[in-house]
Write a protein that binds this ligand. Structure first.
Ligand code: PGA
Length: 223
């Protein structure tokens, strides 16, 4: 199976000019599956770039009177194949609980999206306890066929302090044991072109934040 390399631009690339500049550098075919998750408003600007698309979040209801929300149905309609859910920035800044995330995952799966479910412990926390809770509550009553788990230790996100690959591998084993099924597990947290390959022997792919905003750097990672 091809490795999955996901660019999570977060709210960093904010204009169509920046996107044009980005794709004047980034291009070509890769042996990996490359997915871009730009802002919602810029998803359509990436449709013709030849890469897969994902949303950075979605709402838990199918449709209705929910001003300001982006639904899984909308993401699917616009050509997204993936959606990132449970990212620690959503958990921490927007108080998303495992119950909320579980509802979002159900909705995304119902609309045929593949869900990149982010889990991971913070500094000083027991990863086994945190991850067990996140897996049990977040994936409650969910068929795992279209679930990809992203192990993202919170302390490694955006800090330059990437997780030791050997330790990350042990956490991946723990995740698979807990789930008891063969699911894809990817790593995220301060991935760059130097450390990317250290994870790819064991992980099915990478979720890349900061380094995905630099087109030359992200090309190296995808290669
Ligand atoms: P980072 O972000 O690569 O900048 O650490 C990863 C993420 O938040 O998914």
């Amino acid at each position: 199976m091809k490795k999955l390399i996901i660019a999570n631009w977060k709210a960093n690339i904010t204009s169509r000019d920046e996107i044009s500049q980005y794709f004047s550098i980034f291009g070509g075919e890769f042996a990996t599956d490359v997915v871009f998750c730009p802002s919602f408003v810029h998803l359509t600007d990436l449709i013709d770039k030849g890469y897969k698309l994902g949303g950075q979040n979605c709402f838990w209801e199918e449709k209705g009177a929910y001003t300001g929300e982006i639904t899984a149905l909308m993401l699917k309609d616009i050509g997204c194949e993936y959606v990132i859910l449970g990212h620690s920035e959503r958990r921490n800044n927007f108080n998303e609980t495992d119950t909320i995330i579980n509802a979002k995952i159900k909705q995304a799966i119902a609309q045929g999206l593949k869900v990149v479910y982010c889990i991971g412990e913070n500094k000083g926390q027991d990863f086994q306890e945190i991850i067990t809770n996140q897996l049990e509550a977040g994936l409650k009553d969910i068929d795992l066929t279209n679930i990809i788990i992203a192990y993202e230790p919170v302390w490694a996100i955006g800090t330059g302090d990437n997780c030791n690959p050997e330790i990350a591998k042990q956490v991946k084993q723990f995740i698979l044991e807990k789930i008891g099924k063969d699911v894809s597990v990817i790593y995220g947290g301060s991935v760059n072109s130097t450390n990317a390959k250290d994870y790819l022997n064991d992980f099915d792919g990478l979720l890349v934040g900061g380094s995905s905003c630099d087109p030359a750097e992200f090309m190296k990672i995808c290669s």
